[in-house]
Design a protein around this ligand. Structure first.
Ligand code: ADP
Ligand code: GN1
Ligand code: MG
Length: 366
């Protein structure tokens, strides 16, 4: 993350409709996209926590549209949660308005900033066991279920072609040909791995064209650390990071958690011997996801879940390698070569999933 002066951060906070005094603003979380801070305020002697975020304007080109989506989705969810007797203060993000009633504040460099109440007594995980995977499956399945009658046409496409794998492949090839950093020579094996699987990129697009799969309102970034767990009950209570809620495939939401959460190692693990896709975690997430979706998935959708896991992992690997070739301009990195390490773990996972194909098919057909 870039460096931010405390005064600058405090000035930003002063633009929002919040009472009290700022106690501290410190970098927070492990997201790869936005600049996220934990904001602690003293409000009449009470300590209150918030999440302050500077939105990534290089990635999300239109903050107005992005925040319009977030407002639409969060108010829709709030209504549904209330109807079901839940607690919207803990089960959905809510947006703190600025003093002049806007959903976000634009600074002098044209960056958009937003504040969410911090959902207290929760924790997010970068790795989990069966219990966490199962619970997060229920949460992401339920998220999709709650949004099943959301008017999808009202959503802006915050990142065009976000999970268009064919497009991601084309972008990868462009980056490879341009080779602006001179890094292509280091990654010949990874390049070949991708080229060998070009036909897989067409899988979901083809099924959509043939009318075999429905488009749903999906989250599109179902990483395990994009769901908050209640510290006391252990339940996954709130799905966060709503920047990419857009029409998509159920299997993509399923697959993206498997890619990250069912891996036996970190996303940037250097020792590939440690990296595999754990079938126990796969099954735990599958069971939770099915429970959360409450029977809303078609038989064909369920059959495509293993492919969702493989394609999301493959696509993410391609995106990491593309970013490495382009000089690490998209994902936040903390050391040189981190995107390459990330790409390698993804390809190791893809290979492992290919070897475990029958087990995955058996689990989803049970
Ligand atoms: P990014 O798009 O960069 O991934 P996120 O919106 O996912 O940013 O936020 C980064 C991290 O901040 C999350 O993984 C989570 O740990 C934490 N976080 C975000 N919003 C909240 C919230 N409202 N309450 C508690 N923690 C939050
Ligand atoms: C990013 O925002 P975050 O860290 O939850 C990315 C995802 C990738 C993921 C890889 C908007 O997710 O698509 O799968 O990194 N989000 C965006 O870890 O590009
Ligand atoms: Mg995130």
């Amino acid at each position: 993350m870039g460096t931010f002066a405390q005064d600058e951060l405090k000035n930003v906070v002063s633009e929002f409709d919040l009472t009290g005094k700022v106690t501290s603003v410190t970098p927070y979380g492990n997201g790869h996209i936005n600049d996220t801070f934990l904001l602690i305020m003293d409000q009449d002697g009470k300590e209150k926590h918030y999440i302050l975020q500077r939105m990534n304007r290089e990635i999300f080109k239109n903050s107005d549209e992005l925040m319009e989506n977030v407002m639409r989705v969060t108010s829709f969810l709030k209504k549904k949660i209330l109807e079901q007797g839940g607690d919207p203060d803990r089960e959905t993000l809510q947006v703190i308005p600025t003093k002049d009633g806007k959903d976000y504040y634009t600074d002098s460099e044209d960056y958009g900033w937003r504040i969410y109440p911090f959902i207290t007594d929760t924790v997010s995980y970068d790795a989990g066991g069966k219990e966490e995977l199962n619970k997060s499956g229920i949460a992401f399945g339920n998220f999709q279920y709650l949004l099943s009658d959301f008017p999808a046409k009202e959503l802006h496409e915050t990142i065009p072609d976000f999970h268009n794998t064919v497009n991601r492949f084309a972008n990868f090839k462009k980056a490879l040909e341009a080779d602006v950093m001179g890094r292509a020579k280091e990654v010949a094996d990874e390049v070949q791995f991708i080229l060998d699987r070009e036909k897989d990129c067409h899988f979901f697009g083809n099924l959509l064209e043939k009318g075999e799969l429905p488009l749903r309102v999906t989250h599109n970034d179902t990483k395990l650390n994009n769901v908050l767990f209640d510290k006391d009950t252990g339940k996954a209570i709130c799905v966060i990071d709503l920047d990419t809620v857009m029409p998509g495939f159920a299997a993509h939401d399923f697959g993206d958690t498997i890619r990250f959460g069912a891996s036996t190692a970190a996303e940037d693990e250097k020792d590939l011997n440690k990296v595999s896709c754990d079938m126990g975690l796969f099954e735990a997430y599958f069971d939770g996801f099915m429970e959360g979706c409450r029977g809303s998935l078609t038989k064909r959708e369920v059959e495509t879940l293993p492919m969702g896991a493989k394609i999301m992992t493959f696509e993410c690997g391609m995106r990491f390698l593309t970013d490495y070739l382009e000089g690490d301009t998209y994902f936040k990195t903390h050391y040189k070569g981190q995107n390459l390490d990330r790409a390698r773990t993804q390809f190791k996972l893809v290979k492992d999933m290919e070897e475990k194909w029958d087990i995955m098919a058996q689990i989803v057909n049970k």
